[in-house]
Write a protein that binds this ligand. Structure first.
Ligand code: DO4
Ligand code: MG
Length: 232
């Protein structure tokens, strides 16, 4: 993998994820759009109230997302679960954190999610989120100053040469501070090899959209480049 100051030239090539033995974690419902989408998908199961509450709570939602064996890099294939019919990519600004809890770099994360599984019951969240090929990181670990609030995050899904989904958000919409998310993650916990933390999705495609095999997902973030993955 690559650890660089400026992404760019590397993006034409397939790359390993910038990950060895770190755990990958993710924050949830950190943008209003995610709160809205999760409340809709879980209304029937009665789970909507939990998403509403966590959006305003002091304690954020943090969940385990994966390990190197479940994570792919730039131009490698992400997967959708065989037992799910509603799958979306989630474009997330991602923090590289050392074993002392210091943020030292940034990358792009794709928090692939099976929305019918998480919507059926919030207790199914680990199954909706953690499976082989559920996470993509890259194209590179970028060592740089913290991003400015006007940083844009863009998602595009291409199918058969045509764009079938496009969305844009920005770090300005992120409700929580990076440092607060990291402080909660490290509370009474240990990460001897450091960790990655995806900071949540501000773009969630609406109900009618699901990924298909062969779709190309592109996530572009100012200063971090473009992470591209085909769906297996
Ligand atoms: O609680 C469900 C998942 C939330 C999430 O992954 C996000 O908001 O990005
Ligand atoms: Mg997410």
């Amino acid at each position: 993998f690559a650890a660089i100051a400026e992404p760019g030239d590397l993006e034409g090539n397939e790359l390993q994820p910038p990950l060895l033995s770190q755990e990958v974690w993710a924050a949830g419902v950190t943008y209003y759009r995610s709160r809205e989408a999760r409340m809709e998908e879980s209304e029937k199961s009665g789970g909507d109230v939990f998403y509403d509450k966590v959006y305003d709570a002091d304690r954020p939602e943090l969940f385990f997302k994966g390990t190197a064996s479940r994570t792919v890099g730039h131009k490698q294939k992400v997967a959708i679960r065989g037992d799910s019919n509603w799958n979306v990519p989630e474009p997330e600004y991602t923090l590289a954190i050392n074993s002392s809890g210091k943020i030292f770099g940034y990358t792009i994360g794709n928090d692939m999610s099976s929305r019918d599984i998480e919507g059926a019951n919030p207790l199914y969240l680990p199954q909706a989120k953690v499976y082989r090929g559920a996470c993509a990181l890259g194209p590179a670990l970028v060592i740089k100053d913290p991003p400015s609030p006007d940083t844009a995050i863009r998602l595009e899904v291409e199918r058969g040469g045509e764009s079938v989904f496009e969305g844009e958000t920005g770090l300005m919409q992120l409700k929580r501070k990076f440092e607060d998310l990291v402080a909660y993650l490290f509370r009474d916990n240990v990460f001897p090899n450091g960790a990655y933390l995806l900071t949540g999705a501000g773009i969630v495609p609406s109900g009618g959209f699901t990924l298909n095999s062969g779709d190309i997902i592109r996530i572009s973030i100012d200063g971090l480049g473009t992470l591209e993955n085909e769906v297996e």
